[in-house]
Design a protein around this ligand. Structure first.
Ligand SMILES: [Fe+2]
Length: 349
């Protein structure tokens, strides 16, 4: 049996920003005409959020948040290096990047030979001061990707697969997974198999990668078909653990994404994430109470702005199948930086 390592990180794009890192999505929300007038005034925000906003519109908090996350990313990278995998499966969302209105698979295994991308081409400000045309080349693993798709299909899990990109060489989730797992720029030598999860479901095509306004309600006609359910994502992870355990490849399975996103939840008028829902799932995660995760409905996930956590559901399903609890789990809260982040390792005892 091949060994499996489970990991969890964030791929939040603003964390790769340089000196000018700021709570940009909150600043956008503050200009949203749908935001109730009294909530434009920080005096009416929860105390924790006011403190983060401070006297400099959250600039100090943003830098501290980034620094705190870099520490966690280094820990996760150390676990990955110690494991030294033959292949890395990463679950990530596609925000109208590789999959547009020409096809939207619920799940897709990207069995590429290699992955090449220029992360700073469109937004050159970056923490590493890398040039806008800096090219990253990461090995893919076509053989293991094909094996994975075959194994899933044989378990009646009808996944899509691809040998080459459609609209973009690598979406934000996968670019940032590589960027962040290589925070110290020593290279990312591990063959990557992205598994795309349609996390944005009912609003994916309608918004075409943009965000909804505060209080906006879409009609049934405007809405797209849904994401796969949390339970289905969980079960995909179960099937992946079975497949890769029986494979010749030592595999790291990474969930990439922040948890509740402020800009996706109406519960808080897009101002801050659903801390309560995130903490409940984190407490369950720590003790390996995966039933609490599995029974959560898609509607509950979406109400909490936890759409991208479907990536975590896939990884958690794999850990449940392996009867693995996290040996390390860290929760980093932020109201003004749009989302809470969790970092976790699930090493074999
Ligand atoms: Fe994302």
């Amino acid at each position: 049996m091949a060994e499996i390592l489970g990991l969890g990180i964030t791929h939040q794009p603003p964390l790769g920003a340089g000196e000018g890192i700021r709570p940009r999505s909150l600043m956008t929300t503050l200009k949203d005409p749908g935001l109730p007038a009294h909530l434009r005034d920080p005096a009416n925000w929860p105390a924790r959020m006011r403190k983060e906003w401070g006297q400099d519109e959250g600039a100090t908090h943003a830098r501290e948040h980034q620094a705190e996350i870099a520490i966690e990313l280094r820990k996760i990278r150390a676990a990955l290096d110690a494991f030294n995998p033959d292949a890395v499966i990463a679950f990530g969302d596609d925000h109208f990047e590789n999959f547009k209105d020409d096809i939207v698979p619920p799940f897709s295994v990207l069995a590429y030979e290699k992955i090449e991308f220029k992360p700073w081409e469109k937004a050159p400000n970056n923490y590493w001061n890398e040039p806008a045309d800096k090219l990253f080349t990461v090995p893919g693993h076509k053989a293991a990707g094909k094996y994975l798709a075959k194994g899933l299909l044989e378990q009646s899990f009808d996944v899509a697969y691809a040998y080459r990109p459609l609209h973009t060489p690598a979406g934000h989730a996968f670019r940032n997974t590589v960027m962040y797992m290589d925070w110290d720029r020593k290279g990312f030598p591990y063959p990557l198999i992205p598994v795309v999860v349609n996390c944005y479901g009912r609003t994916l095509v309608h918004y075409s990668g943009y965000l909804g306004k505060v209080g906006e309600t879409l009609t049934e006609e405007q809405l797209d078909p849904p994401s796969p359910s949390p339970a289905r994502c969980f079960d995909l992870g179960v099937a992946i653990a079975r497949t890769m355990s029986a494979s010749p490849w030592r595999t790291a399975i990474i969930a990439t994404s922040s948890w509740s996103h402020a800009f996706l939840t109406e519960k808080t008028y897009h101002l801050y994430p659903d801390h309560e829902a995130d903490l409940a799932l984190f407490e369950a995660l720590k003790v390996g109470d995966y039933e609490t995760w599995r029974k959560r409905s898609l509607a509950e996930v979406e109400d909490s702005g936890q759409h991208e956590m479907l990536n975590w559901y896939c990884m958690i399903g794999a850990m449940a199948e392996l009867k693995r609890k996290p040996d390390y789990a860290k929760y980093i809260e932020s109201s003004v930086m749009n989302s809470n982040k969790v970092f976790a390792t699930f090493r074999e005892a």
